[in-house]
Design a protein around this ligand. Structure first.
Ligand code: TIU
Length: 219
């Protein structure tokens, strides 16, 4: 079975029961001019994940393995958006540079071109930060034991999802170069939290180690 050098120790996975999870690589979080940047955030902190993630996706797809994408967003009538979220995010549903902010079907809500899902890949639309909350992700993962976790942002949707997955019994490997935060200190602390205490939430590695481990996995 492929093994990846990771913190706090080697991560071994069965490719047939492992999915690559790509969290919220949406235009509104990543593109200059988008929602994230309009809040004063430095999107370069997130954009550095695109190139390594595209390389990983390519190797993962070439090996014939499962890819699951997620998108954070809401129905146009906001009926799935808790009032408490809306109170602290009053711009949700309002017109932004790339369409209505965090609304399904809008240009800004969709995934950046470089990482566009292929036909047959699962897309989970989620109203919350965690990918398990109010979605059918658990059903999608019925035969999955391990997750390679990528996407944005490290301390928000990635962390929430890894915590949810860990409690549901999945072994999670988070790839440091394929996750990003607008806040570098939250990114590094978030990664340290995952691998601390013997891997309290999972493992942390870099994507080239996964790509190397995929050599020899069935094409
Ligand atoms: N996907 C995700 O992390 N949603 C956020 O709102 N993240 C922030 O860091 N704001």
């Amino acid at each position: 079975m492929p093994t990846v050098a990771a913190e706090p120790g080697p991560f071994t996975f069965d490719p047939s029961t492992t999915a690559l999870l790509v969290i919220d690589m949406q235009r509104d979080f990543l593109l200059p001019g988008g929602f994230g940047e309009s809040l004063g955030n430095d999107v370069a902190q997130l954009r550095r994940t695109i190139e390594p993630l595209a390389a990983l996706l390519s190797a993962w797809r070439a090996a014939g393995l499962r890819v699951i994408h997620t998108r954070e967003g809401h129905l146009p009538d906001l009926s799935d958006c808790p009032p408490a979220k809306l109170r602290r995010g009053p711009m949700i549903g309002k017109k932004g540079h790339f369409g209505k902010i965090l609304i399904r079907g809008e240009y800004g809500h969709d995934i950046v071109d470089e990482l566009a899902p292929l036909d047959g890949e699962t897309i989970i639309d989620k109203p919350g930060k965690g990918a398990f909350y109010a979605t059918d992700l658990s059903d999608e993962l019925k035969h999955t034991t391990s997750l390679i976790v990528t996407g944005v942002t490290t301390e928000v949707c990635v962390h929430t999802t890894v915590r949810e997955a860990n409690d549901r019994g999945f072994e999670c490997l988070v790839l440091a170069d394929c996750v990003g935060s607008y806040f570098p200190e939250f990114h590094s602390a978030g990664l340290r939290m995952i691998a601390a205490q013997g891997g309290i939430f999972g493992w942390v590695a870099e994507s080239p180690a996964v790509i190397s481990a995929l050599e020899g996995v069935r094409k």
